[in-house]
Design a protein around this ligand. Structure first.
Ligand SMILES: Cc1cc2nc3c(=O)[nH]c(=O)nc-3n(C[C@H](O)[C@H](O)[C@H](O)COP(=O)(O)O)c2cc1C
Length: 297
């Protein structure tokens, strides 16, 4: 399925259709939706349905988060014909999510995590994978993976940090070597992959089967193909990205959502500081276009 490949990780508020298309066009071999709430899906919330893959998208996982098994089953059945596999979020460290027993809180209740996987495997036709962290307070990754594979998940992706670490310190890549020894299903790596070379090293030296890139793709969709674009192509990509967002959200919401992504695109540019000062005053596509043409290498 995704073995040997480099994909785009799920990122809430980032990996919408436009983001995924820009990354795919530049080499991402598979993608994920943003995490989508199972409760919102079964309440028929329009916004959650708009987060699902579009018809033209291939090799895409739908990431679901929640805590209630019945809700997971209902939501997964509702969406399974829209994507290629379901990914269970058992890694999100955000307080609002774990307070409800979802995301990385599932790592504190491995029986429940196992039951969710089992229920989805029994109730949907497409593959079901899980994205975890090394543990909640402490690293218990072997124990988690045992539960994940006992319940027949099709893959496991490990963000090599605990919940407690949030995004601090370094991802513990060394743990992938240990985990691969006990992992009979495809093992995916996440955490601190900031270059194409990092991704290759993880597969060749740390023995993981596939890799997903999150923050390293912000402002650098070329990470997936190990290429540095010409400056003209760089600017056109920024404009293409925002245009696709405007098609989906309308101008006002698209510009609001795009600002943080634009900041990422300006990283390392000669006049990044001056440009960033102007970002609060961008209200329309035309405002943004003027600024993009003023970017200096
Ligand atoms: C802004 C942001 C949003 C994220 N949203 C999600 C999410 O919706 N689901 C998920 O499983 N992980 C999410 N993550 C975690 C990433 O998928 C990834 O595991 C983590 O950032 C480590 O990889 P990196 O070092 O390549 O960023 C998010 C991370 C960031 C920075």
């Amino acid at each position: 399925m995704i073995e040997g490949k480099i994909g785009l990780a799920p990122m809430a508020d980032y990996t919408d259709y436009a983001y995924r298309e820009i990354c795919r066009k530049n080499g991402a071999e598979f993608t994920f939706t943003e995490m989508i709430s199972v409760e919102a899906l079964i309440r028929d919330k329009k916004e959650s349905f708009s987060m699902l893959p579009k018809e033209n998208e291939k090799d895409i996982g739908i990431q679901l988060f929640g805590s209630n098994i019945e809700s997971f089953i209902k939501a997964a059945k509702l969406v399974e014909n829209k994507g290629n596999w379901i990914d269970i979020n058992a890694g999100c460290p955000v307080k609002k999510v774990i307070k409800k027993g979802a995301g990385s809180a599932l790592l504190k209740d491995l029986d429940k995590l196992g039951n969710i996987i089992k229920a989805l495997k029994e109730n949907v036709e497409i593959p079901v994978g899980v994205k975890i962290r090394l543990g909640f307070d402490e690293d218990i990754a072997e124990k988690i993976i045992e539960v994940v594979q006992k319940n027949n998940a099709n893959y496991v992706i490990v963000h090599a940090r605990t919940q407690k670490q949030l995004y601090s310190g370094e991802a513990n890549w060394k743990r992938f070597r240990d985990l691969k020894k006990i992992c009979d299903i495809p093992l995916g790596a996440s955490g601190d992959i900031y270059s194409y070379e990092d991704a290759q090293i993880l597969m060749s030296e740390y023995n993981v089967d596939f890799v997903i890139v999150a923050r390293g793709s912000m402002g650098n969709p070329w990470i997936f193909s190990n290429r540095k674009p010409e400056f003209e192509e760089f600017k056109l990509t920024i404009l293409e990205h925002i245009k696709m967002m405007i098609d989906d959200y309308g101008e006002e919401k698209a510009i609001r959502r795009f600002k943080k992504i634009f900041i990422a695109y300006t990283k390392g540019l000669k006049n990044a500081r001056e440009i960033r000062k102007q970002i609060p005053y961008i209200n329309t596509y035309n405002d943004l276009e003027k600024i993009v043409y003023a970017l200096e290498k």
